[in-house]
Design a binder for this molecule. Structure first.
Ligand SMILES: [Zn+2]
Ligand SMILES: [Zn+2]
Length: 253
């Protein structure tokens, strides 16, 4: 009897989520982003194509589905998950106990990937979200409830996220570095940097790899340093540190 109750409940929540999710995807063009990156200290999911084309969401980790073991694990049960806000999923467990829905209060059990979407739908109801996202890794599906969109400009958490590590298409997770819009990997345009650097060096918290081309240097000198005008000309972009040193090698004349 309870089993049927649960199935009916889960299916009806899933139907609701599907409708919301369709609108959500259109509104934020979620499917247009090829890459994802999540920071489990800040509970932020970044979807992006490049630095101009990106979007950030706060999330609550709901749980994981292991493709190899075919098991579901709620994030409150999962010691490997870092996110502090995973404790919020205990509300789902509590709801499960109250209603005697076993799947909602057992920490881990044999499952399939469809369960995950039902769990997301139930989380959506209990924890309030704006959408959901399923990160598909090699052996694991990671189910996130998205709770809020963050405008990327000047948000302190996004700044922190960008100061930490970035996911480079060629090099994977690396420290961020900054170069002017003219620096490239084809034609040498000169290489000036804010301090002498070498590959793999330690950086103080407030330091960043920063470089610009010879033209930018002329403008910078003309304006007696970095100001609105010279920064506009440089239009600094974010790259990974490995890219930075590849750029340095090619552009140092
Ligand atoms: Zn430049
Ligand atoms: Zn790179």
């Amino acid at each position: 009897m309870k089993e049927r109750d649960y199935n009916e409940f889960a299916e009806s929540e899933l139907e609701k989520l599907i409708l919301i999710q369709d609108k959500f995807k259109v509104e934020y063009k979620v499917d247009s982003f090829e890459n994802w990156f999540y920071d489990d200290d800040l509970d932020i999911l970044r979807l992006y194509n490049n630095d101009e084309d990106e979007i950030f969401f706060k999330y609550i980790p709901i749980g994981t589905f292991s493709i190899t073991k075919e098991t579901w694990m709620w994030s409150w049960f999962n010691n490997y998950l870092n996110e502090k806000n995973k404790a919020k999923t205990l509300k789902i467990k509590k709801f499960g106990i109250e209603n005697d829905y076993k799947k909602l209060y057992e920490g881990t059990f044999t499952s399939d990937k469809f369960d995950g979407w039902e769990f997301l739908a139930i989380s959506f109801k209990l924890l309030n979200g704006i959408g959901a996202y399923n990160i598909q890794m090699e052996n694991l599906n990671y189910y996130l409830l998205l709770t809020e969109i963050i405008s990327n400009n000047n948000n302190p958490e996004v700044k922190m996220l960008k100061q930490k590590k970035i996911e480079c298409e060629s090099h994977g997770l690396r420290r961020p570095a900054y170069v002017c819009q003219h620096l490239n990997l084809e034609i040498p345009v000169g290489f000036e940097e804010s301090f002498e650097t070498y590959y793999g060096m330690e950086l103080d918290d407030e330091d960043n790899f920063q470089a610009w081309c010879s033209d930018c240097e002329k403008i910078r000198i003309k304006y007696d340093g970095w100001n609105e005008e010279s920064e506009k000309f440089a239009d600094i972009k974010l790259v990974c540190e490995n890219c930075y040193f590849e750029i340095k090698k090619l552009n140092s004349i």
